[in-house]
Design a protein around this ligand. Sequence first.
Ligand SMILES: C[S@@+](CC[C@H](N)C(=O)[O-])C[C@H]1O[C@@H](n2cnc3c(N)ncnc32)[C@H](O)[C@@H]1O
Length: 387
Amino acid sequence: MTSRTPATARETLGSTFAGAAGGGSGDPDKACDSSGSRGSRGTEGPAGVTVDRHLAAAERHASLAADVRAGLTSQPRELPPKWFYDATGGLLFDRITRLPEYYPTRREHAVLTAHADEIAAACPAMTLVELGSGTSEKTRLLLDALRRLGTLRRFVPFDVDEATLLQAGEDILRAYPGVAVRAVVGDFERHLGSLPGSPAGASPASPSPGTRPAAGGDRRLIAFLGGTIGNLQPAARAAFLRAVRDQLRDGDALLLGADLVKDTGRLVAAYDDSAGVTAAFNRNVLSVINRELDADFDLRGFAHVAAWNAENSWIEMRLRSVRDQEVTVRALDLVARFEEGEQMRTEISAKFTLDGLRAELAASGLATSCQWTDPDRDFSVTLAVPD
Ligand SMILES: C[S@@+](CC[C@H](N)C(=O)[O-])C[C@H]1O[C@@H](n2cnc3c(N)ncnc32)[C@H](O)[C@@H]1O
């Protein structure tokens, strides 16, 4: 968060393809009214996945270095969760989503399966942007719905994890002929101003920077799924939502997936599975630091902890030092001494209520037009538009 924003690098990956291509309610079962008009059918998109890089290697390195220095020298120690996600972290997260204890992905999938057509009708977008997109698996439900409606032209996955992002982009490109895929490697807390279709971005008809289309011509649905919003602290959440709000024009919408408060046992189990996959995911941040900052964390020296913080309504993942130990981060010229039992926080995952979500959105200038949950009310999906 402390390093400067570099100039964007843009390139197109190799694969080619053929073809072309709104009422607020506390009742999650209530159907949304459709709003806006349908767009026209697709035109030919670009060949290959176009990539915008806001986090080139040097920038990513500087950002990681700044976060690790700040995190290891603060008390209590803390590391931001975005650094879990290198190629291994992405694969581990994908395994987590399939664990029996990890209900959020299945529940959100159920909500999107039931309501994707309503969502598409309420925001008949030409461009689907996905922040923190990961493998974009559930997103296919939205892509399918927008394609059925005939409005979809372009998919913009946006993630800090370049390996997973590019693989997902290529998979979507192959599966959706005629849909242009423009992947953005970036940090959604810093680089939202450069989204395609933003004042600083490009038009949907061309993958290159161009004139900004007339309002309504490039309707965008910005999806932020997986409960990732819960990884942000309240102040960062508010800043993020305001930044998203600033990107939305008339007709655009935000689709927000958020996990809901529930039985503590189920919450903790979702972050402490019996197979130890979440523990490996948690420790992966140490591997990232070892590799990228020439550190010597001994992964066996840190135990995985998942705990419910009732006061803040969030799960905390931490790494507990199992002995007194010293860690050297050579790239930072830093030595960190851990006492046995010391815990370093690596992630929060806030859990919400439907009312609380609407209030947070409203405070950031976003009006909830519809809210859905799965039948067990485990997970929510909210559609919000500029107030
Ligand atoms: C919890 S996973 C969710 C993935 C996917 N959206 C889903 O629903 O399964 C969080 C995703 O957000 C990405 N991510 C985390 N922090 C980020 C940041 N600050 N900027 C961009 N992407 C970020 C991670 O790389 C990861 O792919």
